[in-house]
Design a protein around this ligand. Sequence first.
Ligand SMILES: NC(=O)c1ccc[n+]([C@@H]2O[C@H](COP(=O)([O-])OP(=O)(O)OC[C@H]3O[C@@H](n4cnc5c(N)ncnc54)[C@H](O)[C@@H]3O)[C@@H](O)[C@H]2O)c1
Length: 365
Amino acid sequence: MHLWEMGNQGIQNNINQATFSGAMDLFHIHTGAHDSRIIFGDSISNITSYLPSGKVVIITDEHVYQHQGHNFPDFPVIIIQPGEQNKTLASLEHIFAKLIEEEADRSTFVLGIGGGIVCDVAGFAASVYMRGLRFGFVATTLLSQVDASVGGKNGVNFNAFKNMLGVFNQPEFVLCDYSLLNTLPDREFTAGFAEVIKAAAIRDESLFTYLEKNASRALQRDPLVLHELVSRSVKIKASVVEADEREKGERRLLNFGHTFAHAIEKLSGVPHGEAVSIGMVLAANLSVRAGLLDVKASNRLSNLLVDFRLPVKPGVPVINLVAPMKQDKKREDLHIHFILLNAIGEAVVYPILINTLEETIHDLC
Ligand SMILES: NC(=O)c1ccc[n+]([C@@H]2O[C@H](COP(=O)([O-])OP(=O)(O)OC[C@H]3O[C@@H](n4cnc5c(N)ncnc54)[C@H](O)[C@@H]3O)[C@@H](O)[C@H]2O)c1
């Protein structure tokens, strides 16, 4: 059993510096040929115990390196530029050139240390360099701990299309050290709660109630509450991914709020988590319109998002979301599969014909 403490890195004053006295928690995800370990609550200072012997190359971004580079193990580091605008083939080219410079070969292990963008890019780079290297992640944002590093989707944006190029490939491990979140700016930290609330909304009403009761402790970065939220969200995601790794059926439920969110991100450039928050409110409204969800439950969702200081209103007219939604890569033939709620904790797939989408969204407005 490992015990660890929140690092006192002198960041925001309101951060709870309490000692986390919980046990480290190890969780396995099994999909196809792969087994991925999620390590909750261990420290990045123990990372070498999870790495194979031999050559390791770290991939990170500039902000993470600036704030957390002093905690990195002593291996060569490839640094990419931060931000969604750099989740591109150009960043991959930079990584491939550096891997060649470092003489990385088939036995090299790639360690991504960063948020969702680093995980997506590093996982993709490792999956295609020399037809595939072994890789693992240290997730440094709340969003990547609860969602982005788990589930085996790796990829980059292409032209204006989000996550258009990529692969399904599970990391060997993901380490979630909550003390790394201390240097995360407030807005990025808060955005991560959208994916926790999503997990609760689609699968676990008791987690939803826990969130309602513990919003203020969570926002103060109380490590015990973070442990509960991260580990429960990951376990929900894992149960869905294990049943349907390649998103043919049940995995679609994880897209609750995301069809709207991708369109919102494209039009207004708000961070992913904030767009998911607004997207969930729109999807809940649609659920009410479709006669699936009662208004009280829909309001409960909006209230919880507001409690977590997340936005609930799109900054653009809802009707403007139709065009980018029609281009969503998740559209299948004549339909877009929206995820709606029957109740808090219970989601359903609700296909809408593309040619009735405009009318449906008009109705929603
Ligand atoms: N693959 C998946 O299943 C999956 C799931 C959800 C989201 N995503 C993707 O994840 C991305 C969003 O991830 P994100 O919200 O983690 O954003 P991010 O990776 O851009 O990180 C947010 C910002 O915080 C900085 N940062 C990261 N960790 C830090 C730390 N500990 N201290 C200080 N600064 C730090 C980053 O440099 C960046 O500026 C999107 O591209 C989204 O599409 C992927």
